[in-house]
Ligand binder design. Structure first.
Ligand code: SAM
Ligand code: SF4
Length: 472
């Protein structure tokens, strides 16, 4: 079956609420246990690794069981209301344990902490610590404050913080694929979006620290890195003496040159910023995966205008044409918002016709959820009824299911280079990996090859969401 759950909910549904486990730092062990779980986008999971790195340096040991923790951290997401509801429910579960274990510390991290600030302490009595995404270096001081019997808050946003010098520890990863955060924040102010308020101004991380992190991962056997940012195409870094200037195309090139066996992916591209220079760089390197996540949000120029996306339907179509011209076989995925304020039936039909035009390989689809404090919440009324939103949403989903399946069918009979990532979720007799286009491919285990190796797979059939083949 097509994985509806994954495509309509969040960026990686299988990881929501995942606990991060690290090897204890035996030299510094302070005898206290940390439980940290994360929600939302890949950026949050990457941040949790930074937090865990700071905490293990303080002597904390991680645990996968919150009931035995001394400190519980929940790294939160605010992007849609249901993401926040999920965190509130989880806090209730933590509260039940804390009632029996009063010395336990509960900290809320990330976007919800930033959005609600000290109001969180008023609303959720069990919370001791509220810390925004730019304040993690302050954790030792804040934990001391809580140890002294106070409640602590730091939600200051920064114009400079990129945590460039804190190497994230990735001990519970698969050792094959990793995310590298290349920038933080966002300056775009899309009217529906809470991110500029919760993550602050856009800033790019030192290019050397990014390349060094990728080199280090490669040296430790990693075979794929995904460069992460809210708008990677506006990555821009220059050295203090202004002699070195790196934009996203040149950063991609620097990372691609680390080794031909290191695959490079990136996310997210903004249609207004993705340049032909980036597309030509992708085309030039075999190890830069031919896959672009290009969120359209709506197919209607009027809706895009009130969303403040700063491109229109024609601009988006032109960008898609350029991708197809420069890389005819490049996969494209997208994000769609359904039922934004004042969206008419004709405008909804334009979103469907845009989907027909691009025939996306994959899409994340969301019903509009008004977020307090955003431009849309201030300027417009969330006037599309739930019933209409749901009907339009279902139309978008069924069209996307059809397109995703068609895109997979086109690949039957091809021999593709697959990076083996793991055993398949369903059977230890099968391996699972991804192709260049980011599609999941499942094939029988062959003892000559291990996870972390590349193999050539003949694609023989597919389900609506997965390619199936055999190693040749
Ligand atoms: N920076 C990326 C971009 O500009 O496309 C996306 C970042 S956002 C974390 C991921 C997706 O969440 C967005 O592309 C949008 O489709 C969706 N989203 C953001 N705010 C939303 C809202 N208020 N209601 C529904 N979906 C929303
Ligand atoms: Fe939000 Fe727009 Fe920034 Fe993406 S580009 S994070 S949708 S404001």
């Amino acid at each position: 079956m097509y994985n509806l759950e994954t495509s309509v909910k969040d960026h990686d549904e299988s990881r929501q609420g995942e606990a991060l486990i690290l090897e204890a730092n035996t030299e510094k062990n302070n005898g206290r246990k940390l439980y940290i779980e994360s929600y939302g986008c890949a950026m949050n999971f990457s941040d949790s690794e930074i937090v865990a790195s700071i905490m293990t340096n303080m002597g904390f040991e991680t645990t996968s069981d919150y009931k035995e923790a001394d400190v519980i951290f929940i790294n939160t997401c605010s992007i849609r209301e249901n993401a926040e509801v999920r965190v509130r429910n989880r806090l209730k579960e933590f509260g039940a344990v804390k009632n029996k274990k009063p010395g336990m510390m509960v900290g809320v991290l990330g976007c919800m902490a930033e959005r609600l600030k000290s109001k969180f302490l008023e609303e959720e009595k069990l919370v001791d610590l509220v810390i925004g995404p730019d304040a993690y270096r302050d954790l030792p001081g804040l934990i001391d404050q809580v140890d002294d019997g106070n409640r602590a808050v730091n939600v200051l946003l920064s114009r400079e913080e990129t945590y460039a010098d804190i190497s994230p520890v990735r001990l519970n990863s698969n050792g094959i694929t990793a995310f590298i955060s290349i920038m933080r924040g966002c300056d775009n102010m899309c009217s529906f979006c809470v991110v500029p308020f919760t993550r602050g101004r856009e800033r790019s991380r030192d290019a050397h620290s990014i390349v060094n992190e990728a080199i280090d991962l490669y040296a430790h056997g990693y075979k794929e890195v995904t460069l992460l940012g809210q708008n990677v195409d506006s990555y821009k870094w220059e050295s203090e003496d202004k002699l070195e200037r790196v934009n996203f195309a040149s950063l991609l090139e620097l990372v691609a040159n680390i080794g031909p066996d290191l695959r490079v992916r990136f996310s997210t591209s903004h249609p207004k910023d993705i340049t032909d220079e980036v597309l030509y760089t992708m085309a030039k390197y075999d190890n830069i995966c031919k896959y672009i996540h290009l969120p359209v949000q709506s197919g209607s120029s009027r809706v895009l205008d009130i969303m403040n996306r700063t491109y229109d339907r024609e601009w988006y179509m032109e960008r898609v044409q350029s991708i197809r011209r420069i890389m005819p076989d490049c996969a494209i995925s997208t994000d769609v918002i359904i039922g934004f304020c004042t969206e008419t039936e004709e405008e909804h039909a334009e979103t469907l016709s845009m989907m027909e035009y691009v025939k996306y390989d994959f899409a994340y689809m969301f019903m509009y959820s008004e977020r307090p404090g955003t431009l849309a919440a201030k300027r417009f009324t969330d006037d599309i009824t739930e019933e209409v939103k749901k009907r339009r949403f279902n139309e978008v989903i069924s069209l996307q299911q059809k397109h995703s399946h068609e895109r997979l069918l086109e690949q039957l009979g091809q021999t593709q280079r697959i990076l083996i990532e793991n055993f398949s979720k369903k059977s230890k007799l099968d391996y699972s990996g991804r192709n260049d286009k980011n599609a999941t491919v499942v094939f029988p285990v062959d003892a000559r090859y291990q996870p972390g190796e590349y193999v050539d797979v003949l694609i023989e059939r597919c389900t609506p969401a997965t390619l199936i083949g055999r190693i040749i």
